[in-house]
Ligand binder design. Structure first.
Ligand code: 5AD
Ligand code: SF4
Length: 442
């Protein structure tokens, strides 16, 4: 018998950091409504699938997951949230009749009302993008982990020709200064030591401070630097065209701002960048990296890459390998181009064949792995601060992050949430191993 009156719930997030943030806020909302998070391994009465639409594979996962869940002896109430919900709306419940609720990323504050409708046996769909933001209707933040996400900006007006984000998340909107500062305070009071400011174009954030002065992301970061308890600030994802001078300067001047910049370039070929409507060139991108490195020499640069964009030739792809060499990325994410319904690139002639894409992705990833390993190996023998975030696999082992976002494994009796001095002993492509140092009294 299908469950109609849920008491426990599970939120499963499939996507980017903002998708994870939305999942945390839905968790807080459902708990405020009196539902309890299902224990690990327990089948929940309400399953919220917090979906991602960025690439085809991510979207397909949703339907296979729904198939698994409706096959249970007592199928739960199912809510599809996230960007697939926004893109496909009521179509989802037609394709997957077991789905009770469809709720978009700008409407999830309405989940309690949607659950009430689903309890009454109604199919509830809400993919509105209301003018009043969802944030005002959500319960206050509470402690989740030493490192917390905070959405400051949503949506995108850039319309890169491959990307669904402008359609699923809507136009660029900045949350107000005071709402962000209040949420950051609540997170710091609840024990967060690190906050990562999130936005699809986070560095396009703008607003007015409490004195009515126009500020950009750099100004916001400077204000958060003053919050006691908070030790680290990060931000992601940035667009090259919004890399303002004040934000670059913040990397030199704000002690809590970590030396890490995620600045996707997508391709190293100007011809492809133009077809992608990226509105920057390889040269303008490299000049930004140069300016950032001039004020913060040790900054770790990371990026996103797409291989096999329509019309990409071997020469274009080799230009991508060259920009990887030129930047020396510390970390990177690389993807095969995935045609997305409704985007201009999906209709372009000259789609690249699957085999060529596979081969290019392998070559790119081999080079990126080499760069990442070299970056990590350069840390060996150094002393660095590590924010302890979670238990490791071995007893007594904890895992934390260096300022450069490297995972560091170490044995320590210090509690999770503390920052410890560590000597880095060895490095692999994905993580470092270290040993805690005794702090000597001054
Ligand atoms: N195909 C492949 N990768 C994509 N990305 C965005 N859209 C697509 C697509 N259609 C990648 C970009 C972006 C990251 C979040 O996902 O590299 O920066
Ligand atoms: Fe998508 Fe381009 Fe906007 Fe990034 S900047 S979210 S890739 S449209």
């Amino acid at each position: 018998m299908k469950i109609r009156n849920p008491r426990t719930f599970q939120v499963k997030s499939f996507g980017c950091q903002m998708n994870v943030y939305d999942g945390e806020r839905m968790t807080e909302l459902l708990e405020a409504e009196g539902l309890a998070a299902a224990a690990d391994g327990e089948e929940a009465d309400l399953v919220v699938l917090n979906t991602c639409h960025i690439r085809e594979k991510a979207a397909e996962k949703v339907y296979s997951e729904i198939g698994r869940i409706v096959g249970r002896d007592a199928p739960p109430m199912i809510a599809v949230a996230g960007c697939v919900a926004q893109a496909e709306g009521a179509e989802i419940s037609r394709r997957a009749p077991g789905v009770d609720i469809v709720v978009g990323p700008q409407a999830y504050h309405n989940l309690p009302a949607l659950i009430r409708r689903a309890k009454a046996g109604e199919r509830a769909v809400d993919t509105d993008m209301p003018a009043a933001s969802k944030f005002g209707a959500l319960p206050a933040r509470r402690r989740l982990a030493p490192s917390a996400f905070l959405t400051v900006q949503e949506g995108c007006d850039k319309f890169c020709t491959y990307c669904v984000v402008p359609y699923t998340r809507g136009a660029e909107v900045s949350r107000p200064w005071a709402a962000i500062v209040d949420e950051a305070k609540a997170l710091a009071d609840a024990g967060a030591r690190e906050i990562t400011l999130l936005g699809q174009n986070v560095n396009a954030w703008s607003g007015e401070d409490e004195n009515g002065r126009t500020q950009g992301l750099g100004g916001l970061i400077r204000a958060l630097d003053a919050l006691p308890g908070l030790a680290r600030i990060r931000y992601t994802t940035s667009h090259p065209n919004d890399m303002a001078e004040d934000l670059i300067r913040a990397h030199a001047e704000v002690p809590k701002l970590m030396p890490y910049l995620h600045l996707p370039v997508q391709s190293g070929s100007d011809r492809i960048l133009k077809a992608m409507n990226r509105s920057h060139t390889t040269d303008s991108y490299l000049r930004i990296i140069e300016r950032v490195r001039a004020v913060r020499t040790d900054i770790a640069v990371s990026g996103d890459f797409i291989v096999g964009f329509p019309g990409e030739t071997e020469a274009d792809f080799e230009a991508t390998l060259r920009i990887v060499e030129a930047v020396n990325y510390a970390q990177a994410f690389s993807f095969k181009y995935s045609p997305r319904p409704g985007t201009p690139a999906a209709d372009m002639a000259e789609q690249v064949g699957a085999e060529i894409m596979d081969e290019r992705l392998q070559r790119l990833q081999a080079l990126l792995r080499e760069k990442q390993l070299a970056f990590n190996q350069a840390s060996v023998g150094r002393r660095t601060e590590v924010l302890l975030e979670r238990a490791g696999r071995k007893p007594g082992q904890l895992v934390g992050k260096s300022p450069w976002l490297q995972s560091v494994h170490l044995e320590t009796s210090t509690a999770i949430g503390e920052i410890v001095d560590v000597e880095i002993l060895s490095a692999g492509p994905n993580s470092l191993a270290g040993a805690p140092l005794m702090r000597t009294a001054a």
